[in-house]
Design a binder for this molecule. Structure first.
Ligand SMILES: Nc1ncnc2c1ncn2[C@@H]1O[C@H](COP(=O)(O)OP(=O)(O)OP(=O)(O)O)[C@@H](O)[C@H]1O
Ligand SMILES: Cc1ncc(COP(=O)(O)O)c(N)n1
Length: 269
């Protein structure tokens, strides 16, 4: 069994954040562990409150895991504030953590700022250089690369700029495009595209969290970056296609569709 750690925020409605990450790990047959950075009061309609966890207890959570358990990959999601970022960076450097997948969560789909405005520089300076792969969506890539992204060619330019900031691979996600859902991967040398047709659904809460956790699971299982992304893209596409219309807003994806199908459970059809 490979052990995979998520360092992220809790989403009370279970569609994004820690909850999406642990569901994704379980669906991939890896053992999921979690360090909670913040607790959000959230449902499919929005984020209604946040309580950040102190840097001290974030460091402690990371320390006790690494002192005891072999960690094959780490996914980082919502990091909220400078104190949190410094605690995570210090501990991951100390324990020489490998296979770090950084999802630079900034604003929720519902428009709530999950990263404080003054924490952007710390995220770029302290976490980007540690990442084996960073997975920004288009608005996040625009902020990090400091440029406007209108099409695939802009996504490629932004990927090159972000690559220069330290991560070994950059995956810019095309969920926010109006055309098909095309993601662009840059490994510092070559550009690759992962393309699927856009699925017409409102239920895309937690797509980015799920994709990055699937990549972390695949890296822990020994896949190359290219295969880890390719398989993760296939996984998120199935999860979106069979997503759940729960709540009154943006519903969650179906993390276990393939397992349900194999077990003959009639759900999410
Ligand atoms: N409607 C859709 N149809 C097919 N694929 C989609 C759709 N929306 C998003 N995707 C895919 O889902 C993955 C996540 O991309 P997206 O841009 O939605 O991330 P995100 O904005 O960070 O998500 P979130 O903030 O909800 O966690 C990408 O592989 C993207 O191409
Ligand atoms: C705790 C937490 N982490 C990440 C997201 C991003 O997901 P989305 O953009 O789908 O709202 C979120 N809403 N909540």
């Amino acid at each position: 069994m490979k052990n995979v750690l998520t360092i992220a925020g809790s989403d009370s409605c279970g569609g994004a954040g820690i909850q999406a990450d642990l569901k994704t790990f379980s669906a991939h047959g890896v053992f999921g562990m979690s360090v909670i950075t913040a607790v959000t009061a959230q449902n499919t309609q929005g984020v209604f409150g946040v309580q950040d966890i102190s840097g001290e207890i974030i460091s402690k959570q990371i320390q006790v895991i690494f002192e005891d358990i072999m960690v094959s990959a780490v996914k980082i999601g919502m990091v909220s504030q400078i104190e949190t970022i410094n605690a995570i960076a210090d501990e991951l450097i100390k324990y020489k953590a490998e296979n770090i997948v950084l999802d630079p969560v900034m604003v929720s789909k519902s428009g709530f700022h999950l990263l404080k405005k003054d924490a952007k520089e710390a995220l770029i300076n302290r976490l980007l250089p540690l990442a084996k792969i960073i997975t920004p969506n288009i608005p996040e890539a625009e902020v990090i690369a400091n440029m406007k992204i209108r099409d695939i060619s802009d996504m490629e330019k932004a990927a090159e700029i972000i690559s220069g900031m330290g991560p070994r691979n950059v995956l810019i996600k095309g969920g926010h495009l109006e055309i098909d859902a095309i993601d662009v991967l840059y490994d510092g040398k070559n550009m690759k595209h992962f393309e699927t047709e856009r699925i017409q659904t409102n239920n895309t809460h937690g797509t980015g969290c799920t994709l990055s956790s699937a990549i972390a699971s695949n890296l822990a299982l020994g896949y190359t970056i290219y295969d880890a992304v390719k398989l993760a893209k296939e996984y998120i596409t199935v999860a979106i296609r069979h997503s759940f219309p729960i709540g009154k807003g943006v519903g969650p994806v179906n993390h276990f569709y393939s397992l349900y199908k194999r077990a003959g459970v009639n759900i999410g059809e």
